[in-house]
Structures are given as C-alpha cells and as structure tokens.
Design a protein around this ligand. Structure first.
Ligand SMILES: Cc1cc2nc3c(=O)[nH]c(=O)nc-3n(C[C@H](O)[C@H](O)[C@H](O)COP(=O)(O)O)c2cc1C
Length: 206
C-alpha cells in the first residue's frame, strides 16, 4: 500500500490521526535521551502521526501518595502535572518512554510518573486503560554493554504491561553514550530510533 495511504487511519467515524506521547525522563534537554526520543517522534510523524512530548524535569510532579483514592474514584486525586500526562496517554495510540541510566536504574523523574500509573488499575486491579496502546522504551547509558541494565528495562516493561499497555516494541538501548551529544553523533542509534517511531505508528494499521 502506498505510504500516503498509511498516513491516516480511517475509522467508521472519519479520519483518525495516530498520536504518540513521548515522556523524556532525562533532565538534560538536547542530551542523548531527548535526541533519541526526538528521532522516535520523527519516525512516527513520518507516517502521518502526531506527537506530544513531556519533559518530566520541567513539570510539577509528585510521587504516588498511596492514598488509594484512585481505587474508589477511578482517578488519581493528586493535583499536579501528571493530570496532563494522563490526559495525553488516554488520547494516545502509543507511548514512548525514555531515560538515562542513573546508578543502574531509570531516573527519579521517570519513577514518579511510573508509580502514578497505579491509577490505571481498577479496584479489582484490572486495567482501566483503553486496550491496544503500544509502547516503546529508550535508554541512554555510558557503559558499553547494552545488556548491563536489562533488569531496569524489564522493570519498565513490567509496569507498563501491568497497567494495561499492549506488547512493547523492542527496547532501544543507546550504550556508550557519555557526552550529551554522543547520540547525535551515532547514526546507528539515530536510525534505530526513527525505525522505532515507525514501528509504533504501525501499531493500529493492521
Ligand atoms: C547521576 C548519574 C548517574 C549515572 N549512572 C550511570 C550508570 O550507572 N551507568 C551508566 O552506564 N551510565 C550512568 N550515567 C551516565 C548516563 O546514563 C549517560 O551519560 C546518558 O547518556 C545520559 O543521558 P542524557 O544525555 O539523556 O542525560 C550516569 C549519569 C548521571 C548524571
């Protein structure tokens, strides 16, 4: 099928433009995580989708307060910028989450949001998230071995799967990235990020 036909998903009610939400867990704007997530967004938009990016470090975010109010009301009652993230995720077809590795794990900024996804679990702990949302994960690390922090990447997948996301795309691990512009100099990672974006855009076309 020609590419332009892939640009829009035609549904009974009309033309639906696919939406991707990108969560940047690095405080370093223009750094490796941000660069790779921008490339994922580029891949996604090249297929006719639109993207919305949240720089978590710029937001007013609190961790989960364990109040369990979401189990009674169906919504998180903590008033902060997570409400905007929830709104965007609810409207999205796919989510891509990116973080640098800090001391063997993802950043505190991302951890805050991950815990808040608890609100997507109903009182019986089934998911209230609309089905079929796919996810991608992108990590940047200084260490050269891309498998070194596999446990951390699995942890992200476990949370997202638990709260009701559909199967994830293959994670992109940018290893050996120290300086903030290291990803920008790495054509292989840039291309892999664009490919991930295209893969996420293909989610609902079947
Ligand atoms: C507080 C801190 C802890 C870090 N810990 C690790 C680590 O455990 N393993 C590693 O490979 N890189 C570590 N790094 C390096 C970053 O993961 C790496 O430079 C990454 O590319 C930064 O991504 P960014 O440009 O998106 O911020 C650490 C960096 C910082 C600032």
């Amino acid at each position: 099928m020609p590419l332009f036909l892939f640009k829009y998903l035609i549904k009974a009610k009309g033309v639906i433009i696919l939406k991707l939400v990108a969560l940047v867990g690095s405080p370093r704007k223009g750094g490796n995580t941000d660069t790779l997530l921008q490339k994922v967004a580029e891949g996604f938009t090249s297929q006719g989708g639109e993207t919305q990016t949240f720089y978590l470090n710029d937001l007013n975010l609190r961790g989960c307060q364990a109040c369990y109010a979401c189990k009674k009301t169906g919504q998180c009652v903590v008033k902060d910028d997570t409400a905007e993230i929830f709104k965007a995720i609810n409207a999205a077809d796919a989510v891509v989450i990116g973080s640098p590795i800090y001391f063997g794990r993802f950043t505190a900024q991302l951890a805050l949001v991950m815990d808040r996804l608890f609100a997507y679990l109903k009182p019986d702990f089934s998911s209230s998230l609309a089905p079929g949302k796919k996810y991608g994960v992108v990590f940047a690390q200084n260490q050269p071995d891309p498998k070194l922090y596999a446990g951390c990447i699995d942890a992200v997948g476990q949370v997202l799967g638990r709260v009701g996301f559909a199967a994830g795309a293959k994670p992109l691990v940018g290893s050996g990235l120290g300086a903030a512009d290291a990803a920008l100099q790495n054509e292989q990672y840039l291309q892999a990020a664009v490919a991930l974006g295209k893969e996420l855009a293909a989610v609902n076309k079947e």
